[in-house]
Design a protein around this ligand. Structure first.
Ligand code: 1GP
Length: 247
């Protein structure tokens, strides 16, 4: 629980945490090392690494490289049980609770659990919900599940409470990488009133103002990925950190 406790401490001390997602397929070594340097120096609290699908064989090398230059945790955000590396600090042990695909509820987990144990990395049980965001996301397509409709926060609330009762440690509200519309604020505020777990929000967050609105609505962790792939980390990481860390 070292990394999970570190996350809880960050949320406690800074109000909310800021995670940067790096997709192994989308950045060259020079680019991800440069982005990592901004993450380390400009206030990101952790780096997530993962993708719905891997085209190139760069995952393990990227984790190793990132661990070499980062003091903040490197956490795997796996798109499949193949995305495990002993060099990471932790892995989000994800159940895709908004869907009814048994493999993503309790199937891939059985395959991944022994691999995670022998890799010696920390699993963080995460209730992951896909929220409808304007177009078919890679997660929706790859997982063969339907997202929760964007006008039905009460459905998400019930899912979040069930995840808490099942002993999960985090709720992740996902609009999908590069989403047209981020997760609506009402989803976050309604779930915040209903469960005590940290709420992580990502997908389609394209500016610090939006990130701040998610935090004001009750998000404990904000995840941003594709924006930095396009624009780099220069200035932007700092602006997001300042918007998200309100304490
Ligand atoms: C995707 O929530 C993450 O899984 C981040 O999304 O790439 O749109 O920032 P973006």
């Amino acid at each position: 629980m070292v990394t999970y406790n570190k996350i809880l401490r960050t949320i406690d001390e800074k109000g909310a945490a800021f995670f940067v997602l790096i997709d192994p397929d989308r950045l060259e070594e020079k680019e991800y090392l440069e982005l990592a340097e901004y993450c380390q120096n400009d206030g990101a609290d952790a780096v997530l690494v993962g993708s719905s699908i891997l085209i190139n064989n760069t995952f393990s090398k990227m984790i190793k490289d990132l661990k070499r230059v980062l003091e903040i945790p490197v956490i795997i955000f796996p798109g499949s049980p193949m995305q495990i590396s002993p060099d990471a600090d932790a892995v989000l042990f994800i159940s895709l609770i908004s869907g009814r695909n048994p493999n993503h509820l309790f199937g891939d987990h059985v395959i991944a659990a022994p691999v995670i144990k022998s890799a010696g990395i920390e699993p963080i049980s995460t209730g992951y919900m896909l929220i409808e965001s304007g177009h078919t996301s890679a997660v929706e397509f790859m997982s063969n599940t339907k997202p929760i409709p964007a006008d039905k926060p009460e459905i998400a609330k019930a899912h979040a409470l069930a995840a808490e009762y099942m002993g999960m440690k985090l709720i992740y509200l996902e609009a999908g990488s590069g989403a047209e519309r981020a997760v609506p604020d009402i989803f976050i505020s309604e779930i915040r009133k209903f469960v005590s777990l940290p709420i992580m929000v990502g997908g389609g967050i394209k500016n610090p103002e939006t990130a701040k609105r998610k935090v004001d609505s009750g998000a404990s962790i904000v995840v941003v990925g594709s924006l930095f792939e396009k624009l780099g980390g220069n200035n932007l990481i700092k602006e997001f950190s300042e918007a998200i860390h309100y304490k």
